[in-house]
Design a protein around this ligand. Structure first.
Ligand code: FNR
Length: 376
């Protein structure tokens, strides 16, 4: 029975080839940071308030002038097409139906224009990796033309985290089968048959027009996360000049960096350690959240991702000052298990759990949640 996100994770593990599941689930080094994300969320207590009228519970939030039905969105994840063909379109459609935003990764397998066309009423955010500035400007211009609502610059990948599972599995782009990978594919025939007519997915947004996959070297650079390491705070002025909408930084954990972001005209922050996939020594996202919230002091919205697996986790992050949160792996599990419907089912589980948590806490709107931090 698929009752919760953990059930979806287990089912995803059985339906996906090992190298795909390991790519999704994998963390950096020894997985300490990923476990801290979950452990620190589990340790937080919220104290219920009683005898409040909770016949109506409103989970909506307003973000950059848009109403989200729920205080969470889908985080950018690369290579969603490896989970299901056109995974980005399926996730964007599930998010649109739920009234929440979908973030498209630079490392996506679908052109950003096609994702937007598939869910035109949805809210799409564009995540940016900068490997080459010229290429990055073209992606930003295309996203702007296509009505993407926010630009998310990921700043915690100056170099790729050490993902040993991917190395052991021989997972690389362009895809080159090894005997081990071939066995993996043969033993997951449903996945292989679904993928076969389309061939191995590639990064679709790497050419100026988005009309093709870009050079093999660019593909390899993106998979290896070979970023432009000369990017510094001063470089943000260049991006600011290109992008007219809200500009967010994803991967900020330090209070001083949050203050720097304010000084550089950033419109929002995503407190994140990349789901534990980058620096294994990083603090959990939930433990870093309060210091970032304190540093920005209400001037810009602060979001958080990493380890959210229950609606109650969403409530905890909001109680600690997040405007909203994002989920990465949970909707990928849903996508693996049941395509768009699977992703929608995962979003519904989180939504139902959140409503129950809020009702139990006596919180009728998300603004009531900080009141559950009794004794802090
Ligand atoms: C990611 N993440 C990520 N982040 C980003 O900015 N650009 C990207 O392309 C990717 N790619 C990616 C792939 C996969 C398979 C995962 C699991 C994650 C990080 C992602 O946006 C988010 O920060 C984490 O996934 C949040 O943690 P949880 O919800 O997975 O615990």
């Amino acid at each position: 029975m698929l009752l919760n996100i953990e059930d979806y994770r287990r089912r995803a593990r059985s339906v996906l080839p090992r190298f795909v599941y390991d790519y999704i689930e994998g963390s950096a080094d020894d997985g300490h940071c990923m476990r801290r994300n979950a452990g620190d969320l589990a340790a937080i207590e919220l104290t219920p308030r009683v005898l409040r009228d909770t016949t109506q519970v409103d989970t909506s939030v307003e973000v950059f002038g848009r109403k989200w039905a729920l205080p969470f969105g889908i985080a950018p994840t690369g290579l969603n097409g490896l989970v299901r063909p056109e995974g980005d379109r399926l996730l964007a459609s599930a998010a649109a139906a739920a009234g929440i935003p979908f973030s498209l990764s630079t490392a996506s397998n679908m052109r950003l224009e096609d994702v937007h066309a598939a869910a035109p009423v949805g809210m799409q955010w564009m995540q940016l990796y900068i490997m080459h500035r010229e290429m990055a400007s073209q992606i930003v211009e295309r996203a702007q033309k296509d009505d993407y609502q926010a630009l998310v610059l990921t700043v915690d990948v100056p170099v790729s985290g050490n993902r040993e599972l991917d190395l052991r599995n021989g997972f690389r782009m362009p895809f080159r089968p090894t005997p081990r990978l071939a066995w993996d594919l043969v033993s997951h025939p449903r996945w292989s048959l679904r993928m076969a007519p389309r061939g191995a997915p590639d990064f679709a947004n790497l050419t100026p027009s988005g009309s093709g996959a870009g050079s093999a070297s660019m593909q390899a650079a993106l998979l290896a996360r070979a970023m432009d390491r000369s990017l510094v705070w001063e470089s943000l002025a260049w991006l600011r000049g290109l992008w007219k909408g809200p500009l967010l930084l994803k991967g900020v954990l330090h209070g001083d960096d949050a203050r720097m972001a304010l000084d550089h005209g950033i419109d929002g922050l995503i407190v994140s350690n990349h789901g534990g996939r980058q620096n294994d020594a990083s603090p959990s996202a939930i433990s870093a959240l309060p210091r970032v919230v304190r540093a920005v002091d209400g001037r810009i919205p602060v979001f958080m991702d990493g380890g959210i697996r229950r609606g109650g986790d969403v409530a905890k992050a909001l109680a600690l000052g997040a405007t909203a949160v994002f989920v990465g792996r949970p909707t990928l599990y849903g996508l693996a298990v049941g395509g768009q419907q699977g992703a929608a089912a995962v979003l519904k589980i989180l939504a139902d759990e959140l409503v129950r948590s809020m009702t139990l806490l006596g919180a009728t709107t998300v603004r009531d949640l900080p009141g559950s931090l009794d004794g802090r």
